[in-house]
Structures are given as C-alpha cells and as structure tokens.
Design a protein around this ligand. Sequence first.
Ligand code: PBG
Ligand code: ZN
Length: 327
Amino acid sequence: MYPKTRLRRLRKRLFQPLFKENRLQKTDLIAPVFVDETISAPKPILSMPGQSRIPLGTVAGTAEALWDCEISAMVLFGIPAQKDGQGSQAFAHDGVVQKAVREIKRAVPDMALITDVCACEYTDHGHCGIIGDTAYGPDLLNDPSLDLMAKIAVSHAESGADMVAPSCMLDGMVAVIRNALDGAGHEDLPIMSYSTKYASALYGPFREAADSGYAFGDRSTYQLDPANAREGVRESILDAEEGADVLMVKPAGFYLDIISSVASIGLPVAAYQVSGEYAMIKAAGEKGWLDERRVVMESLTSIKRAGADLIITYFAKDASGWLDEEQ
Ligand code: PBG
Ligand code: ZN
C-alpha cells in the first residue's frame, strides 16, 4: 500500500491527535477590548456583531469574564471624551486607558495587559500622530510624533500595563519608546511592536469601533503596501534591532506568508486578526453561507501554522469555549 493511503486510514482511526502538527491553545489568544470614556452602558459595534465598546465601569467585569474563559491577555484601546490636535488625552494620568489598566489590575492582577500606543483615537484629525505640512501636503510628522509615543508609553507603564504595543509604524518608534521607558525606570517592561503593519482595507470596522476615522488623506505614507513582502520583513528586522521584544504582523489571514518570514527573525511573533477579518466571517456566518465556528477555528489554526506564537483576535472568547468542547 502507498504510505499516503496508509497514513490517511491510520489517521481516520486512532492517530489523528498524534499526527496533528499544530494545536491551537487558549494561551495563544489575546482579546482586544475597546474602552469608551463617554458611555455608561456597553455600546454595540454595528460592523462587528457580538463586539461592543465598554464603559470604564464594566471593564473589570469584562476582564473577569475573559479570565474565567482562561483568556489571560488583553489589548486595550481607549476612546477619550476629548480629542485635540496633539492627542493629549492619550498620555493623561487620568486618561481612559490609564484608568482602565488600574481598574483591571485591581480586579484581575494576573491578567496580562497590553496597551495600544497610538494617537489616532485621541487626535481630532484621526491620524496616528502629529500632523504638519510636508512637501506633499499635510501628513504625519515623524519626529514630533515620536515624542508623543514616548509619553504615551511611559504613562501606560506608570499606570501598570504589562507590555506596550506601539502601532503607529513611525520610523525609530521602538528605539525612542525603549529609551523613554528605560529612562523612567521601566527597564523590564517589554515592547510588542506592530512592526509589520499593512495599509489594509480590513481595518474598516475598527475605525467605527475605535472612533478613529481620519479627516483627510490615508495611512499609506506610514503603513505598508500589501504588495510588498520583503519590505514587510525588513520593517520587523529594523524593529528587532531597535529593541522590540515581540514582533507583529497585521492583518493576519491575508498575510500568512509574512508571518512565516517574520517568525524566522527569531523573536516571538504576534499576528492580529483584524476587525475586517472578524466582520467577514461574522457576516457570512449570519447569512448561513459559512459555518462560523469551523471557519474561525480554521483561520486561527492557519495563523498558528504560519508561525504566530500569539494571536490577537476578536474571537478569543468564542474560540476558548469551542476549544473546551473539542477536548
Ligand atoms: C491604530 C490601529 C488600527 C488597528 C489597531 N490599531 C487601525 C489603523 O491602523 O488604521 C486595527 C485593528 C483592527 O482593524 O482590528 N493604530
Ligand atoms: Zn493609530
């Protein structure tokens, strides 16, 4: 008999679990959470069925519920009451993320808290940093924005975050943040860099979720062209050299080749299954066109197979329940 036929038959009988090359685990999963300072009850995100912005008052409960499902890491995004040109609420001691971190740490001390370090939720123009005139018209200014990121990261560290995740794709962002953290006595705080982040249409629903739509232009001057793989890997190598502790590829599902290449750099790799990936699966599932549960598990397993150690996904809680049922 051909070995392939034998393998197929064996697999059908006793050996399926033994031959599994990759196994999704709850400890692979990180849940993104949107905390909104302007609301007092959860507010559903229409383009992400099943997801809501939550008020500060229920953030501890949300963390407890995730913890009960054995999801032990969260990424926090904040929606502030006030926005301005400089994103100043992003580094305020009483900013929404800073308060959320303190609340969660009180309720669930062992929850690993990762904070998104960016300004797009906090600027009135919706861009990720400071805007100014350039030879090509108004655009993100790299160096002034770096100072802002350093301040945001230090203020998150001060409030008790366990890891900071700069997501703005500025040049030199990791080095500047590392320096600032070290200078403020946070030498042990790791940086998860959104190191390879593509200018993707899949972030559409996030802009509703995080209220971070932009007033002009787009983000293609600081995010990567989806056509470019080598450039994507180079971005992660540069961030590794600047001192990143964890690299990230985003989005995940359309970029499995990139995940696989970035994994070979040698640092832990996170992959972000973004809002649009979530929305597509949800919409087809709601219509009965796809089996939501099977597609979710297949997508997450594929991201793991590509080489991701960590997966940031809005399906974290659902997947945890489904993993229980598979045992
Ligand atoms: C902002 C940020 C974005 C996401 C995470 N951080 C949006 C963007 O870059 O435009 C997207 C996440 C998602 O779509 O789920 N810095
Ligand atoms: Zn941003």
